[in-house]
Design a binder for this molecule. Structure first.
Ligand code: NAD
Ligand code: UDX
Length: 463
């Protein structure tokens, strides 16, 4: 079977870049990305390509080339479903905030809505691809909805989890370590798997396209994120011990990373991992393990999140302690708000939680981030619900110039590892700050010796 029309439901951080790359590499396939969020679709269609809603290095160039050629963004979900032979579901699957499994289980209401809509619209056989990260055995629920509410047409469900990381999404999509496709081993399943594998084979080596059963594929995605996050929490746990013992966490990371069995990636100590995936997916794993009565398995993985919360809280309390146990009325600058560099995504960013702790101590927070807008920053704090919108606006000021942000500040905290922070004129910044001037490097990116020679009191993670 040759796929000519693809529909993707969900024009977010995964749907947008993934479909852009498929369209780029498969000019013979018409790809339509649909979303219920009109404002988001409007931004994707903005004539000025720099206004697309997601910042990812390299994405604008690809969008400029393929948008209107064989990539389309639309709010007409039904039309796109009707026309496609293959439908990717790429909607959000956040942690449930209500009812059974609140705070841990994945909220599958958007997935169910998609399944119901596909079933009601489809007049021809469709391959439905789970691109969203889903609890193991979700395909069973999707199949049941499709088969029981559909118009008698045949559906094949595939699991094709996405492994891209934000900030490097385009490169990850162009050169994936692997593409994982889970599907049934009957004739229909095999045809569907091959159809999707052929799409990827336009640019990915066949030996990197791995096919498994659906449940292995679904569970592999949660497992991959749990393992990656576990490495960050492990090195962060060691960072606290380093601070007590005189060891240097960067040196420890280098020493263990050279062991080829351990490897050097994902060993950067930090203020804590953020992003929309790690915490959500581990909590989901914890919930699934508990639901099977596997309490030790659940506790083991939950500790990764507990350690991460501790690391964020520890960073904030260290700032308070160092600033003579009071930050009330003191201007503290946040360099960076995004959860990592090269993205405008702030979901679960450590910055939000550190700011929240400092605002509780009545600090004045000044934020500068090269890609995150003021409304987003304030909205992140409002969403936490700790204090009123008025109080958040009173406590937080957002700057578009880092030098202005640092004027009259008592301390600077580096929350995101944006490259530009390293090349600032730190002498100029120092001159305009209150003394003693403190820098708390939550990402271990600045040259501490240089800053100390200027006069700063410098602290970083794990030293
Ligand atoms: P997102 O919130 O950026 O985008 C999801 C989009 O789906 C939103 O724009 C929303 O309006 C839309 N949507 C929701 N329900 C809809 C419906 N019924 N019809 C049409 N549109 C609908 O989310 P994301 O970051 O792209 O993540 C999507 C999925 O991919 C999640 O399951 C996530 O866990 C997974 N994932 C994310 C990443 C990542 O780095 N962000 C990486 C791998 C996997
Ligand atoms: C992650 C997975 O890497 C990706 O494969 C999956 O598809 C989605 O979830 P993402 O959350 O976009 O990707 O970014 P990632 O690079 O994994 O970083 C997550 C968080 O961990 C960031 O806050 C980052 O700063 C932090 N991190 C990462 C560290 O603190 N130290 C490290 O060594 C690596």
């Amino acid at each position: 079977m040759v796929v000519k029309n693809i529909c993707c439901i969900g024009a977010g951080y995964v749907g947008g870049p993934t479909m852009a790359v498929i369209a780029y590499k498969c000019p013979g396939i018409k790809v339509t990305v649909v979303d219920v969020n009109e404002a988001r679709v409007k931004s994707w269609n903005d004539k000025d390509v720099s206004n697309i809603p997601i910042y990812e290095p390299g994405l604008e160039d690809i969008i400029a080339e393929v948008r209107g050629r064989n990539l389309f963004f639309s709010t007409d979900v039904e039309k796109a479903i009707d026309e496609a032979e293959m439908i990717f579901i790429s909607v959000n699957t956040p942690t449930k905030t209500y009812g059974l499994g609140k705070g841990k289980a994945a909220d599958l209401k958007y997935i169910e809505l998609c399944a119901r809509q596909i079933a009601s619209v489809a007049k021809t056989d469709k391959i439905v691809v789970e691109k969203s990260t889903l609890p193991v055995r979700t395909a069973e629920a999707i199949k049941s909805i499709l088969d029981n509410t559909g118009n008698g047409v045949k559906f094949q469900i595939l699991s094709n989890p996405e492994f891209l990381a934000e900030g490097t999404a385009v490169q990850d999509l162009l050169n994936p370590d692997r593409v994982l496709i889970g599907g049934g081993n009957d004739e229909g399943g095999t045809i569907a798997i091959n159809a999707l594998a052929d799409v990827y084979a336009s640019w990915v080596d066949r030996h990197k396209i791995l096919t498994t059963n659906v449940w292995s594929s679904e569970l592999s995605k949660l497992t991959a994120n749990a393992f990656l996050a576990q490495r960050v929490s492990s090195i962060n746990a060691m960072s606290e011990l380093c601070e007590k013992t005189g060891a240097d966490v960067n040196e420890v990371a280098m020493a263990i990373g050279m062991d080829s069995r351990i490897g050097s990636k994902f060993l950067k100590a930090s203020v804590g991992f953020g992003g929309s995936c790690f915490q959500k997916d581990i909590l989901n794993l914890v919930y699934i393990a508990k639901s099977y009565g596997l309490n030790e398995v659940a506790d083991y993985w939950e500790q990764v999140v507990i350690m991460n919360d501790h690391q964020k809280r520890r960073f904030a309390s260290n700032i308070i302690k160092t600033l003579y146990n009071t930050v009330s009325g003191k201007k503290i600058v946040f360099l960076g708000w995004a959860f990592k560099k090269d993205t405008n995504d702030t979901r679960e960013s450590a910055a939000i939680y550190v700011a929240d702790d400092l605002l509780n101590e009545q600090a004045n927070i000044a934020v500068y981030d090269p890609k995150v807008s003021e409304p987003k920053i304030l909205n992140d704090l409002d969403y936490l619900g700790t204090r009123s919108e008025t109080e958040n606006r009173k406590g937080v000021e957002v700057y578009s110039d880092p030098y202005e942000a640092c004027k009259d500040a008592y301390a600077i905290a580096v929350l995101t590892e944006w490259d530009e922070f390293k090349s600032y004129d730190w002498g100029k910044i120092y001159k305009n700050m209150r003394k003693p001037a403190f820098v708390f490097d939550g990402r271990n990116i600045l040259d501490g010796e240089m800053l100390k020679s200027i006069g700063f009191v410098f602290q970083s993670i794990g030293k």
